[in-house]
Design a protein around this ligand. Structure first.
Ligand code: PLP
Length: 372
């Protein structure tokens, strides 16, 4: 028997999960010049640690946690939605959204390199029963005419398209931004067919800061949006799934189903409030540092970095012209104290975040160029 989701999980008895080079356990130099692996490595700020200790809390499975409620209201206002649900992680926020939008066997259309397809352990299929149909993207964008053609009503044979997913910023496209105009066009196509849009907005605050636009201009027309607190916003935990009252009530039920109802969750929500209220504008600093890094590398080695790709806090380095794999380059960089992640066989990702300063970037550039 094939267990649900096996196409992603490979966890049937007798099959082994093959783990590629674990770059998180790479041999590192003793002195780290800069850690560009991910904005998830950011630790809670001193204000967050204090807020955690002092948070007003109660059992969120009973009378409700007051700090979690405040966080949910704040996220709903930020994204232009009626309600929000505090989830354990971005992955859980996406999963719960799929469970609330779809019945098993219904179709989700998404860009081919979407985070939920590549990095969320197959949950959309294994748990929510989604049938993914993927379209190639350009800088994270699906072609909207192609998207309109792919939507199907469902029949005796065909699964019904029940959801469209977009990702902003797009992780594997190197933090690419979907702008307000594109989002409006996407909403129009979806509305024409009566299909909801879920936005994986793990880094939608980065997109808003890069565009100089309010977050809600990128999110209000979506049926749901997930905003992650534990990336550049520096909280240790959590995401918010935002949407209409009815949708969020259904999502709350689904969160319970996957064990995501947490009791005195206000301790974590207190960090989330600081993330949303105090950490969003700071993302501009990460974007400036990514630019600094990209320009430093491009100046000497224009063939490996495309400056147009660098819109937010990520820089992609193409190792193709160098004739080495991304994993090999990352190992060499690590031995000189610069940490980055191999994302694809020939793509290295550098992410800037609160724990990388402009001085560290300036120090890292000659080291990276030396290795190149
Ligand atoms: C990180 C990320 C997620 C998952 O978030 P976690 O909090 O790590 O579970 C989802 N989508 C995108 C685009 C991400 O970058």
């Amino acid at each position: 028997m094939i267990p649900p989701g096996m196409c992603y999980l490979l966890d049937a008895p007798g099959l082994q999960i093959v783990t590629p080079v674990n770059s998180w356990e790479m041999k590192m130099s003793d002195s780290i010049i800069a850690d560009f692996r991910s904005d998830t490595i950011t630790r809670p700020t001193p204000e967050m640690r204090r807020a955690m200790a002092e948070a007003e809390v109660a059992d969120d499975g009973r009378e409700g946690d007051p700090t979690a409620r405040r966080l949910e209201q704040s996220a709903a206002a930020l994204t232009g939605h009626e309600a929000a649900l505090f989830c354990t992680s971005g992955t859980m926020g996406n999963l719960v959204a799929f469970m609330a939008h779809l019945r098993p066997g219904e179709e989700v259309i998404a860009e081919r390199d979407s985070h939920f397809l590549r990095f969320e352990a197959g949950g959309a299929t294994a748990v929510a029963g989604a049938v993914p149909r993927t379209l190639p993207g350009h800088r994270g964008r699906m072609d909207l005419e192609e998207l309109a053609r792919e939507i199907q009503a469902g029949s005796r044979h065909r699964p019904r398209t029940a959801l469209i997913v977009a990702e902003n910023t797009h992780n594997l496209a190197g933090g690419a931004v979907l702008d307000v105009e594109y989002m409006r066009q996407l909403w129009a196509v979806a509305a024409d067919h009566g299909i909801p849009v879920h936005l994986d907005g793990a880094r939608v605050c980065n997109a808003a800061v890069a565009l100089g636009a309010p977050v809600k201009d990128l999110t209000s027309g979506c049926a749901s949006v997930m905003v992650d607190l534990s990336k550049g916003l520096c909280a240790p935990y959590g995401s918010l799934l935002c949407g209409g009252e009815e949708f969020i009530a259904r999502a709350r039920h689904m969160r319970q189903r996957v064990g995501g109802g947490v009791r005195q969750i206000g301790h974590m929500a207190a960090c989330g409030l600081i993330a949303l209220e105090q950490m969003v504008d700071r993302l501009a600093e990460d974007h400036r540092n990514a630019r600094l890094l990209a320009e430093g590398l491009h100046e000497k080695r224009p063939e490996v970095v495309d400056l147009d790709q660098v819109q937010t806090n990520m820089v992609l380095l193409d190792t193709g012209p160098l004739g080495v794999t991304a994993a090999a380059l990352c190992e060499r960089l690590a031995s000189r104290g610069v940490l980055a992640l191999p994302m694809e066989s020939h793509l290295v990702r550098f992410v800037t975040h609160r724990d990388v300063t402009a001085e560290q970037v300036a120090a890292a550039v000659p080291v990276i160029l030396g290795v190149l």
